[in-house]
Design a binder for this molecule. Structure first.
Ligand SMILES: Cc1ncc(COP(=O)(O)O)c(C=O)c1O
Length: 360
């Protein structure tokens, strides 16, 4: 029997509606208690001293780079198999992007390629915990220390993931999260968070997100408006309460997929022994990927490709660099439905449909 299975699904309950109503009735819509509470709770989940709410994951990355003083003449190392917003903020600030290739199995930055591409101008690296699998942070942090550059985690897909038992968001100098609707934690709109242990950076990003001010009419530095609203903070805090349970459900779905898709011709996601993967996306690899996606679509199953065009091949950021692993992977990756509310029957159905295509 044909089923309809969505790629992702958002959650709204009575507590969330009440939280929104509470803010609506409070007549305080920005810079209030909801934001402070969400920031405190989020820092608690990440095990960092601080968290600063901002308007999106993109602005979290931009503000982190600004707070670190990155700009013209600097090089920022990034992967290319990622969402464009990992890379575009550095270009906006006038820095040069240096693209490094990825590990062929985890799709996260390949530390060996990173090392080859370090120059005296390298000022920062942005490792992306892609699909919810953390990067190999000890090696990256070691290189950063040795060559004196900053580590900005792009944890936009990795709320609640861990590396050697340490939470993402606490693994570099500063980290960035997105609360875009499909993320493991969402504010049901746009929103983001910066986490760090460094009080100087907190002071800077807090001022930069709010017109560079410390008091109402005193603008000490040039800033802009990248604030997170009270309504979004209240929703995010309610969503955050479910993070552990939801990540558990994602991991359970992933285990079921893995057992059912362990077949020749299908490569399922790898989880390194030092990683806690939170399966923001469940990405398999197959030949004839586009044909499989159409077949799944005909059978009511929504899929995605994260990402069909790597960043170094985007018209706005084109580079001549060759990234053999990235370039090969982008033609084979396919994101299957993954969210905490998938039923066992739905996972069964998706896996059976994938297998019927692959096994002919
Ligand atoms: C890896 C990565 N970086 C950055 C972003 C940007 O976040 P946002 O869409 O909240 O600006 C996203 C999410 O969309 C992402 O997945």
């Amino acid at each position: 029997m044909k089923m309809r299975v969505n790629l992702s699904k958002m959650y709204v309950d009575e507590n969330i509606r009440q939280a929104v109503n509470r803010v609506l009735n409070s007549s305080r819509y920005i810079k209030g208690q909801e934001l402070e509470n969400f920031e405190r709770d989020f820092a608690g989940v990440c095990g960092t001293r601080y968290a600063v709410g901002v308007s999106s994951g993109t602005s979290a990355i931009l503000l982190s780079l600004m707070a670190l003083g990155i700009g013209a003449g600097d090089e920022v190392m990034v992967p290319s198999l990622t969402f464009i917003a990992t890379a575009s903020p550095a270009r906006f600030l006038g820095a040069e992007l240096v693209f490094a290739d990825i590990d062929p199995e985890t799709y996260t930055l390949d530390p060996a390629d990173v090392e080859k591409k370090i120059t005296p101008r390298t000022r920062a690296i942005i490792p992306v915990h892609l699909y919810g699998h953390p990067c190999n942070m000890d090696i990256i942090n070691g290189l950063a220390k040795k060559h004196n550059f900053y580590v900005i985690e792009d944890a936009c897909q990795a709320h609640g993931a861990a590396y050697k038992g340490k939470m993402t968001g606490s693994l570099g100098d500063i980290a960035c999260f997105s609360f875009f609707p499909s993320k493991n934690v969402t504010v049901l709109g746009d929103g983001g968070m910066i986490t760090t242990d460094n009080p100087e950076l907190v002071k800077k990003v807090s001022m930069l997100r709010d017109q560079g001010r410390t008091q109402k009419y005193l603008h000490e530095i040039l800033g802009l408006n990248f604030r997170l609203s009270e309504i979004h903070a209240a929703i995010g805090r309610e969503q955050l309460r479910h993070l552990q349970e939801w990540n558990g459900q994602r991991r359970k779905n992933a285990a079921q997929y893995r057992a059912l898709l362990n077949r020749p011709g299908i490569v399922t996601p790898v989880e390194r022994e030092w990683a806690k993967h939170v399966y923001h996306m469940y990405v398999i690899r197959v030949k004839r990927r586009d044909e499989l996606a159409s077949y799944l679509n005909e059978n009511g199953i929504e899929t995605g490709i994260h990402y069909p065009v790597p960043v170094h091949r985007q018209p706005c950021l084109k580079s001549d660099v060759r990234l053999p692993v990235t370039e090969e992977r982008v033609d084979e990756i396919l994101s299957l439905p993954m969210h905490p509310f998938l039923s066992e029957d739905e996972v069964d159905y998706v896996a059976a449909t994938v297998r019927s295509f692959v096994e002919g």
